[in-house]
Design a protein around this ligand. Structure first.
Ligand SMILES: C[S@@+](CC[C@H](N)C(=O)[O-])C[C@H]1O[C@@H](n2cnc3c(N)ncnc32)[C@H](O)[C@@H]1O
Length: 270
């Protein structure tokens, strides 16, 4: 055991590539204050088990749960430790992930170092996010595969392809969903459920939490409605502000909405 060393030193001991990729330096910033706690940490992708051994040493009071699509020989890889739990299955297999959640209930940290294919990264996030604790962290490694068509990514359409990078980029809007001044906005799955997303070179950290803060600019996604209430209350000039905000500005917003909907339809973006 190397339990008193910092994460970089433990990573070097086990020769995990998380060190040479520069990941452990970032991980240490997030995990330093957590290392003595009793956490449930799930890592997707075991391979030789090097990272599981590293987490097992670093988080000595925690349960380290590893999953892999392939069978893992725990004896050969020296993974027979009291705080390591291994399961075989695919990260995008709904039934397998549901069984896993049934067994462990909730996770404090989830790390995706599995197939790195867009479809798997997005599917396992969708399946596992509900089982991530409040204030828990979801980490995705090796996001460079998003930029490489030989790995299921798309380097030719960076903004609008179905890559996993784009999936997480779009989630940044869920951080501010309540500010979107579109009265026709349809709320999305992760709106209000994420408090932070940080992008590093080839890795993403996402923190789950309640982000249902009320907007100061819009009411139910309408700037016009907010301004009408605010101004008519303050001045008593109801008719004047009704014409300005409820008729004139609303028409302007409606025209912009229609224009953008047509634009998106023409560009096949709906
Ligand atoms: C990069 S390696 C994991 C390395 C390990 N986390 C470490 O840092 O030492 C990726 C692993 O993901 C596994 N894998 C690939 N596709 C998977 C899937 N759909 N579900 C679960 N694991 C998968 C592979 O078998 C491989 O062992």
């Amino acid at each position: 055991m190397t339990s008193n060393k910092n994460l970089n030193s433990i990573a070097e001991t086990y020769k995990t590539d998380k060190f040479e990729h520069g990941y452990t330096k970032v991980y240490e910033k997030y995990f330093e204050g957590l290392r003595d706690q009793r956490l449930k940490i799930l890592e997707i992708g075991i391979a030789d088990g090097k990272s599981l051994l590293m987490w097992s040493d670093y988080f000595k009071n925690s349960s380290i749960i590893g999953i892999d699509i392939h069978e893992i020989n725990t004896e050969e890889k020296k993974l027979d430790r009291p705080n390591i739990y291994i399961h075989q299955g695919s990260q995008s297999d709904k039934k397998f992930i549901e069984e896993l959640i049934k067994e462990y209930k909730q996770f404090d940290i989830i790390i995706d170092d599995g197939s790195h294919l867009a479809k798997d990264v997005k599917k396992s996030f969708e399946l596992l996010f509900p089982a991530l604790k409040d204030d828990g962290l979801y980490v995705v490694e090796d996001i460079q595969t998003s930029y490489n068509h030989f790995f299921g990514g798309n380097p030719f359409d960076l903004k609008y392809s179905n890559s996993h990078m784009n999936f997480f980029k779009q989630l940044t809007d869920s951080l501010n969903y309540q500010e979107i001044a579109n009265p026709f906005y349809i709320e999305k799955e992760y709106d209000g459920k994420i408090t932070n997303i940080s992008f590093y070179h080839n890795m993403i950290f996402l923190r789950k939490g309640n982000n249902d803060v009320q907007s100061r600019e819009v009411i139910k996604h309408s700037y016009e409605d907010m301004k009408f209430i605010e101004k008519s209350k303050r001045t008593g000039k109801k008719l004047q502000y009704f014409i300005k905000y409820k008729i004139f500005y609303k028409t302007y917003t409606l025209l912009l909405f229609v224009f953008n909907t047509i634009k998106k339809l023409l560009l096949f973006r709906i």
